[in-house]
Each structure stands twice: as C-alpha cells, then as structure tokens.
Ligand binder design. Structure first.
Ligand code: SAH
Length: 218
C-alpha cells in the first residue's frame, strides 16, 4: 500500500501506539495523528520528505518519524533519551512496515540526549518537551541541536513561546517561513491531570537557515 492522501496518512498514524508509562519529567506526550499528518504532509508537498534524510529529535514513540517513513524518506533516525519510548517507536516502525509492505532498512534508533547528537541530515522534525513541568525553555536545547543538524527544521512549541522561537532562530541565522497553530489534545495520562482531555495552544514552525551573502552568490 502507498499513502496517497493526508487522510490516509492520519489514519495509519492513528493506529500507532503511544507511551506505555509516560514520564512526567520528560514531558512525554505523543503528537496527535491528525496534527502530525497535517505538518508532515505539508513538508512532503514542499519536497522535503521523499528521498530525504530526516532526524526525529525527542522522537518518543515515533509518530513524526513514522509519518516521514510512510511518505518515502530515504533515512529516518529516531533520537530519544528514553530507551522504553524508543522500544515502542521500534514496534511502531515495524507495524508500519507490515501495513505498507516495506521492509525498512533505512531506520536507526539512537538512545541519546539531543544535546549530544551531531550527525547532519536534510531535515529535523521535533516535538520537544515544552518546559511546562521542568525548566523553562526545555525546548531551547532541542532547537539549538536541530540548528546544528539540518538547514530546515519543523518544530513544535507552546504558542506562548512564539517570541522565544523567533528570537532564538534569529540569533542562529534561521528564519521562520511557515507557521501552524493547533489546539493540542493531550489525553489524560498523568495522575495530576483532572480532565480526560486537555487542550494546549501549540504552534509548529518551519525554520530555514538563512543563506549567507557568499552562499547566495554561488
Ligand atoms: N516527538 C514525540 C514525543 C514528544 S514527547 C511525538 O511527537 O510524539 C517529548 C520526548 O522528548 C519524550 O519522548 C522524551 O523522552 C524526549 N526527551 C526529553 N528530553 C530529552 C533530551 N534531553 N534528549 C532526548 N530526548 C528527550
């Protein structure tokens, strides 16, 4: 089977498994399948997924990276600090392979802090911790790593971090080219959650490395 529409993509992503025992400290919330499909389909449409080498930073159970695989990425690397999350990601990748009839030989799982991951790629996709439970701007480290890895980054943050995303991108010679806003559904997974589903206002930014004058001349 080949994925031909955004709806098909969302459908197959909705079948993937989420966190088994999510860690509060690591802010483990899986991206909703519709939202993952929306952004990765757009990147695909821009020609940034098929045949590209992609790193999913803080991959968790792997929904973003799986979306890239489903749309024909050349190589996907799933990086997370949590071995258990990557175990689920591995199961999800193999499930996806069965569904799509693909014996993936282009997938790597790396148990590492994003701060320590340095291999270059074409694109980074990331939905990092938003710094709600832990330190403010836990997502800063993720952006800093992403900027070192690839010239194009799709990154999710709390909507209220907009100013920070802009300023930090500017400082690193990246510019914002696209932006999406979502009401992120966060299912009750932690003890301190009272409601069944929380909604958090989240943005996804597409960030692209600014061309230096010298590079433009080439
Ligand atoms: N990107 C996934 C998971 C989001 S939850 C998705 O979209 O569904 C954030 C993930 O970041 C968790 O899996 C957590 O284990 C991981 N994480 C948190 N801090 C990290 C760090 N310093 N280095 C690597 N991974 C980290």
């Amino acid at each position: 089977m080949t994925i031909e529409t955004k709806k098909q993509l969302a459908m197959i992503l909705s079948k993937l498994r989420g966190f088994h025992k999510p860690s509060e400290r690591l802010e483990q919330y899986a991206t909703d399948s519709e939202i993952a499909a929306e952004t990765i389909w757009f990147a695909y449409y821009l020609g940034e997924i098929k045949d590209k080498s992609i790193v999913d930073l803080g991959a968790g159970t792997g929904v973003l990276g799986c979306a890239c695989l489903a749309l024909g990425a050349k190589k996907v690397t799933f990086v997370d600090i949590d071995e258990e999350a990557l175990r689920v990601a591995r199961e999800n990748v193999s499930f996806l392979g069965q569904e799509l009839g693909q014996p993936w030989d282009n997938v790597t799982f790396v148990i590492k802090r994003v701060q320590d991951y340095i291999e270059k790629a074409d694109i980074v996709v990331e939905n990092p911790p938003f710094g709600i439970q832990g330190t403010e701007h836990a997502d800063r480290e993720f952006l800093a790593s992403a900027f070192k890895i690839a010239p194009v980054v799709y990154s999710f943050h709390k909507l209220e971090s907009e100013g920070f995303v802009k300023a930090f991108s500017d400082d690193n010679m990246f510019k914002i080219t696209h932006f999406w806003q979502f009401d992120f559904p966060i299912k009750k997974t932690m003890d301190f959650h009272k409601k069944r589903i929380y909604r958090v206002k989240v943005g996804c930014w597409r960030l692209e490395k600014e061309k230096t004058p010298a590079a433009q001349d080439l």
